[in-house]
Ligand binder design. Structure first.
Ligand code: NAD
Length: 483
């Protein structure tokens, strides 16, 4: 397969927080990778804008170091670094004051796409949006990109939305959830809506249940103090897992168009049932001699969860009675993320020896290797008679697509290029985010009101015992977390 790189239009991209961790680890190396791939026009301009007192040369040094540190091997060999660094400029700016704004205005060109990436804490989103307009820098064609977390509850998300809506139209706002930029996540839509095979089976009549697992083997590490104010429910479930659930469960949109897709996702979130206390398990790693969340968070009395498992249902015709089991956690046995669509058992088997666990499972792996498997039943090879075996039809993208999978842009790169193209399909709309918080808030409030204490689980395990029981009660079990 020949990879097609379609260059985007000329653009000016301002990265507020351009000296920060996210910009250095993801955004700038990602832009460089697009530059090396020939997707970024030669006359694109990237302007770092942050509080640090740097000049353009200082920013170029910082970016060169970031690319060396976080860019990986293929980037080191690209040879385009000097040309890329040439595209960079820098403004020292104060998001809450007057410094730097007039200078930024002089650097923005007319007649090219203008995008402003808010890679700063959400507390600054409103200040920056306001100043972009009051200094006459942005116009109705400008785009703004905002990072997560988008609020910590419904009220704060509404405030953030209001502060952005006061300055920009919804069609100009790109809320990042980098999960939506992953190749496999987009493949979810391609598989569902590009094949005749699955859609007729995609409902309560044929699907037994769905599991969405996002397991990390690392702990909260250096982010402990930040994470402790958030927890797995806010940090992972409200955004990433919810988005995956939407893509699996939504009705077919009439076309692959940003609002058509996002309208359908919104309907899913609004149809989500509340989660009863006995259908959700919170966990916190620690307990054995291994790493302890409380040590990592620097709070020996912390009740913040590093793990959540829950069961929810979608109240509509398609999904009536089909449980969706979601789990995510840190310091688990393996780093693995997958969505598993488990089909119902056969209504009747004509074979005497059906073997173990013969349900069809469509598993979409997001990490560490992106790919798709479909568990099917075949005859066990050999002369042993009509014995059945269950084997995966395996399509690991790296193997099937070869170099093309290797070269596939990572989530941030893809999303930034979508911003330049003006395509909002893979970005969350304001009403989606609010609906997700409206579902999440009562769960978190319930924990607080009941003084809920998370269950302790061993680092390196599959999570708390109670999470196993959540499925055992229903006669099911979690899929293996190994890679
Ligand atoms: P950081 O603290 O490393 O960087 C913050 C940046 O903002 C710096 O460049 C700093 O100079 C700038 N800044 C701070 N106050 C400013 C002001 N008043 N005026 C102008 N510039 C100012 O933060 P980060 O980790 O890069 O995170 C940035 C955003 O991205 C946050 O919203 C964060 O939640 C989000 N995010 C980060 C990561 C990550 O991996 N780091 C992942 C997902 C989301």
């Amino acid at each position: 397969m020949v990879s097609r790189v379609i260059p985007v239009d000329p653009f000016d991209l301002v990265i507020f927080g351009g000296t920060g961790d996210l910009a250095r680890r993801k955004i700038l190396p990602g832009l460089f990778r697009r530059f090396c791939a020939g997707q970024m026009p030669q006359d694109a301009q990237i302007i770092g804008a942050a509080r640090s007192d740097l000049d353009a040369a200082g920013f170029r040094d910082l970016v060169a170091d970031a690319i060396a540190e976080f860019g990986g091997k293929t980037l080191a060999e690209c040879g385009e670094l000097p040309a890329f660094l040439d595209r960079l400029d820098y403004v020292t700016i104060d998001a809450r004051g007057d410094d730097g704004w007039a200078e930024l205005k002089t650097k923005m060109r007319k007649g090219v796409v203008a995008a402003y990436y808010f890679s700063v804490g959400p507390g600054l989103f409103g200040d920056i949006a306001k100043r972009l307009n009051s200094w006459g820098i942005a116009d109705k064609n400008s785009r703004i990109v905002v990072e997560k977390p988008f609020g910590r509850d419904l009220a704060s998300a509404q405030d953030l939305n209001a502060s952005l809506a006061a300055e920009f139209d919804e069609t100009q706002i790109y809320r990042i959830d980098h999960y939506l930029g992953k190749e496999t996540v987009q493949n979810l839509m391609a598989i569902r809506f590009g094949n005749l095979l699955f859609e007729p089976l995609w409902n309560a009549q044929y699907i037994d249940h769905i599991q969405i697992s996002v397991a990390e083997s690392v702990g909260v590490g250096g982010r402990g103090a930040y994470y402790d104010k958030s927890g797995a429910m806010r940090d992972m479930v409200q955004n990433h897992l919810m988005q995956l659930l939407c893509l699996i469960a939504m009705e077919p949109p009439s076309k692959f168009d940003p609002d058509a897709v996002r309208d359908e996702k919104l309907k899913v979130i609004r149809a989500l049932q509340p989660v009863a206390p006995h259908e959700i398990v919170r966990g916190q790693y620690g307990g054995n001699d291994g790493p302890s969340y409380r040590d990592d968070a620097g709070d020996p009395r912390s009740f913040t969860e590093s793990y959540v498992a829950l069961k929810t249902q979608i109240a509509n015709w398609r999904w009536s009675g089909v449980p969706f089991y979601l789990r995510t956690g840190k310091r688990l046995k393996a780093r693995t993320s997958e969505i598993a669509v488990v089909f119902k058992p056969l209504p009747h088997s004509i074979f005497d020896d059906v073997g173990e666990g013969g349900q069809n499972v469509l598993a979409i792996q997001l990490q560490p290797n992106e790919g798709i498997t479909l568990d099917v039943t075949i005859k066990e090879p050999g002369p042993g008679g009509m014995r059945l075996a269950h084997v995966p039809l395996d399509m690991t993208f790296a193997e099937t697509l070869g170099d093309e999978a290797e070269e596939a842009p990572d989530a941030y790169e893809r999303l930034i290029m979508d911003v330049i193209r003006g395509n909002q399909t893979l970005f969350m709309r304001g009403d989606e985010v609010e609906a997700a918080w409206a579902w999440t808030d009562p769960i978190i409030d319930g924990w607080r009101d009941r003084h809920d204490v998370p269950k302790i689980y061993d680092a390196g395990s599959t999570g708390p015992e109670d999470a196993l029981a959540l499925l055992h009660r229903d006669g099911r079990r979690w899929r293996d977390l190994s890679v």
